[in-house]
Design a protein around this ligand. Structure first.
Ligand SMILES: Cc1cc2nc3c(=O)[nH]c(=O)nc-3n(C[C@H](O)[C@H](O)[C@H](O)COP(=O)(O)O)c2cc1C
Ligand code: SF4
Ligand code: FES
Length: 545
């Protein structure tokens, strides 16, 4: 494959699109597939055949368009009409209206803030290409960044661009990506590895799954660029087995990229070779922790080990290993294509670029969004999210999953970036965002829920986490059942401190966070339970008397 051949594939694809009067994209990512998305594609295809529109209209299965709860979604181009909650039986009506007014009852306003306030880098192709066709990705400048780094840049120059862009890891902790790449880059070893962390175990999070289902080549291209930059010729993508569609599309993408020599040996006729393999995780949350993940790839039990040494120095089979999250890799090709300055101009001083969030809970527009760092939580919830459903009053927004915390109303105008979220007792995490309304009890619906998750996902290697999360859960259970005293609550606070400070890995270290943040902002929910316990006791004593 040469640059000219890559360009030719792109031109052919774009020309084929231009010859059409209409291109119909139907979301066939997992959520829309589960609401008859595939049947809808079939109905549209047979409608086109029946009406003999084959020369002028094409239907493409595409990736996620964001409004997942209102799926399946259909986008008609070039008119830019978006239909939601489309049923297979709507196909005929949609086709009949291609040359006239849109079908009003299905139409959604593309001007609404949900779409207008998003800035798409990671999701730039989501919903606009067929993820199973490599030509579609190439038509969107796919693999041009890989071509550029291999043919025009030294590995050091690539690392400089990533460093200058300010990109930070999207897997949760926000570690500077360029710094990690340069640590692996300067490590001396004949064998190095690149690993993509696609374990995504946070409850309610589906950002990484969506990227893999909607645009898998962007992750492969980012990994190959990373391989070139750090001097690795081998990579692994660690995906949880519960993501069958993402795995299928990744497999297909790797096969097609290999066929075009965009992966494999001597890519673009150069000395650079990069081979990728998929490894499946069995759905243990702790396997997302980097050292546990590497142990799992090596075929050992997926349990964390103390760091240092960090994987960048001592990773897979003892060799330097670069491990990044799906979304981190997905940002790489656009940064190379558009330059470090372009990326650094988006976001805030210390948090550059965008972040993909999965919005869930008491919110009107449940789904996937990509927003510039620095946007306020209020903008996300009320503009993009469309606010809470009628009659529900906002109470908090939970970010960062089991390692995160709750943000109350008073902090909604704070910018969303790594440091600001930490300041108010939560964290960016991988991008799960759950809106909690006033009818929720923060003890049982939030704190107890997440502690139960950590308790059952604890690998058991260290006592503070194994025993501590179980005891935290028991205390929360007692409080939520109105059976606890102030002494139990004090014990819970002490336990949080011990578990946080003495656990071996991030799971145990962060497990107390949902408890501490609900205690800080919603102490009245705890007090109400203690009060009810006192009342129960008083009544019991009175009855006995
Ligand atoms: C319990 C636990 C689970 C984690 N799960 C994930 C995960 O599913 N995906 C991920 O990218 N990072 C996860 N991480 C963070 C990884 O250990 C690691 O920091 C990350 O993959 C590095 O990539 P980044 O620099 O691109 O963020 C987890 C960490 C802990 C402690
Ligand atoms: S903190 Fe928990 S999950 Fe992490 S090593 Fe210890 S027991 Fe395992
Ligand atoms: S899965 Fe179809 S819009 Fe998200």
């Amino acid at each position: 494959m040469t640059r000219e051949e890559l360009q030719e594939i792109a031109e052919n694809e774009l020309e084929a699109r231009e010859e059409l009067d209409h291109l119909i994209f139907v979301c066939n990512a997992a959520s829309c597939q589960s609401s008859q998305g595939l049947q809808l594609i079939e109905s549209l295809k047979s409608g086109i055949e029946e009406k003999e529109l084959g020369d002028t209209v094409e239907v493409k299965g595409a990736g996620c368009m964001g409004l997942c709860a209102a799926g399946p979604l259909v986008l008609i181009e070039p008119d830019g009409i978006l239909y939601t909650q489309v049923k297979p039986e709507d196909a005929g009506e949609i086709l009949n209206h291609l040359e006239s007014e849109a079908v009003e009852r299905l139409k959604t306003d593309l001007e609404m803030p949900f779409f207008g306030k998003q800035v798409k880098i990671v999701l730039e192709n989501s919903g606009k290409i067929d993820p199973e066709k490599i030509e579609d990705y190439i038509a969107m400048e796919g693999y041009t960044a890989l071509n550029r780094v291999i043919t025009e840049m030294s590995p050091g120059e690539v690392i400089d661009v990533i460093s200058d862009s300010g990109l930070r890891g999207r897997g949760g902790a926000g570690y500077p990506t360029g710094l990690k790449w340069s640590t692996v880059g300067i490590a001396e070893d004949v064998q190095k590895y690149v690993v993509c962390n696609a374990d995504e175990g946070d409850p309610g999070a589906f950002m990484d799954r969506s990227v893999l289902e909607s645009d898998p080549h962007r992750v492969l291209e980012g990994m190959a660029i990373a391989g070139y930059a750090v001097g690795a010729d081998k990579g692994y993508i660690y995906v949880r087995a519960e993501y069958p569609l993402a795995i299928e599309r990744l497999r297909e993408a790797i096969k097609r990229a290999r066929r075009l020599n965009l992966l494999g040996n001597n890519i673009f006729g150069s000395q650079f070779s990069f081979n990728l393999e998929i490894r499946l995780g069995a759905g243990a949350f702790v396997c997302g922790e980097e050292t546990a993940l590497l142990a799992s790839i090596e075929g050992r039990q997926g349990r964390p080990r103390p760091r240092p040494p960090y994987p960048a120095e001592y990773g897979l089979w003892g060799h330097p290993t670069l491990i990044n999250n799906v979304e981190t890799f997905a940002n790489v090709a656009p940064i190379i294509r558009n330059g470090a300055e372009w990326f650094a101009s988006i976001g805030t001083e210390n948090s550059k670029g965008t972040k993909v969030f999965a919005m869930a809970g008491s919110i009107n527009n449940t789904g996937l969004i990509e927003v510039p760092m620095g946007i306020t939580l209020r903008d996300i919830i009320y503009d993009l999210g469309g606010g809470l459903p009628e009659d529900l009053k906002f109470k908090a927004v939970q970010t960062g999953g089991p390692s995160g915390g709750c943000v109350p109303e008073e902090h909604l105008d704070m910018p969303v970036d790594y440091e600001s979220l930490k300041e108010v007792g939560t964290m960016m995490g991988s991008g799960g965002m759950i809106v909690v309304d006033a009818s929720s009890d923060m003890v049982s619906d939030v704190a107890k829920y997440f502690v139960e998750f950590c308790k059952s996902e604890s690998c058991g290697k260290c006592v503070p986490c194994r025993v501590g999360t179980a005891q935290m859960y028991d205390l929360l259970d007692k409080i939520s059942k109105d059976e606890a005293t102030q002494r139990d609550l004090d014990l819970l606070v002490d336990l949080c401190d011990v578990v946080r400070n003495t656990s071996l890995c991030g799971l145990g270290q962060a497990a107390p966070q949902p408890v501490l943040s609900t205690l800080e902002y919603f102490k009245e929910d705890y007090d109400a339970h203690l009060q009810k316990a006192t009342d129960k006791l008083t009544h019991a004593v009175q009855r006995e008397e």
